[in-house]
Design a protein around this ligand. Structure first.
Ligand SMILES: NC(=O)c1ccc[n+]([C@@H]2O[C@H](COP(=O)([O-])OP(=O)(O)OC[C@H]3O[C@@H](n4cnc5c(N)ncnc54)[C@H](OP(=O)(O)O)[C@@H]3O)[C@@H](O)[C@H]2O)c1
Length: 214
């Protein structure tokens, strides 16, 4: 598949690019900075300069043109203020949704977050979780073939390839970014995850089995 990935130079993004390339997919890595674009090209991806907040709609459409699927794993990051939760975590995801709809790219996978169901109970995370929730709702109410992946707290531990996944897990916990990248790859290749939203944490079940059991 041809996959365009927003946040390609981020921590989950970079791991996902490697996995996609290793598994025979063509990757267009969307990123903002020269050195990130160079790294993506050196890895074997096409580097495409895109700022999801600053760039206009036509540039975003160009970024997804010809792709079979789009992955959104960009984010304003923990140091950002409320304004960028709105322009990036929500607005950036929506710009990409609209571009996919215009260009006929039906498949859209997004890295969302656990905790969205109760943003009011999340203290300092409230505005971030509200932005993620609004992006998820925009995607769920679109006509796209979406997959919404809601990980718990991300760690830099080595991936284990084993997760728990369910629409609601009823517990909170952690998951390595490497495993989220592996979930993105497996979800892309699994029809069973189309028009599905689910939480993921480190667990006991091999990723493909966990996804087919959703
Ligand atoms: N931290 C957690 O515990 C947690 C939990 C659940 C879900 N998540 C979600 O997981 C996803 C990825 O996490 P991560 O750890 O991989 O994040 P990360 O390393 O901060 O990567 C985010 C990427 O988004 C890019 N970005 C920021 N603003 C942009 C813009 N205007 N246009 C285009 N790209 C932009 C950043 O690029 P620059 O280098 O140019 O800034 C960066 O490469 C995010 O959606 C995050 O909300 C995080």
């Amino acid at each position: 598949m041809k996959v365009a990935i927003a946040g390609a130079a981020g921590q989950i993004g970079r791991k996902t690019v490697t996995l996609l390339l290793d598994n025979g997919h063509e990757v267009r890595g969307l990123a903002r900075k020269d050195e990130q674009l160079r790294d993506l090209e050196e890895a074997g991806a096409e580097g495409f300069r895109l700022d999801l907040e600053a760039d206009g709609d036509e540039r975003v459409r160009e970024a997804v043109r010809g792709a079979d699927a789009v992955i959104f794993t960009a984010g304003a990051g923990p140091g950002s203020g409320d304004a960028r939760k709105e322009t990036m975590d929500y607005g950036g995801a929506v710009k990409l949704i609209e571009a996919c709809r215009s260009e006929g790219v039906r498949r859209y996978l997004i890295v969302s977050s656990m905790g969205y169901a109760d943003p009011g109970g999340a203290g300092k995370m409230e505005n971030y979780l509200l932005a993620k929730l609004k992006a998820d709702v925009a995607l769920q109410t679109s006509d796209l073939d979406y997959t919404i992946i809601r990980p718990g707290r991300l760690t830099d531990d080595e991936g284990t390839g084993r997760i728990d996944a369910a629409p609601q897990l009823g517990r909170y916990g952690e998951i390595p970014r490497a495993d989220v990248a592996a979930v993105l790859l497996a979800a892309l290749e699994s029809e069973n995850t189309v028009r599905r939203a689910f939480e993921v944490l480190s667990g006991e079940t091999e990723i493909p089995d966990a996804l087919s059991g959703l």
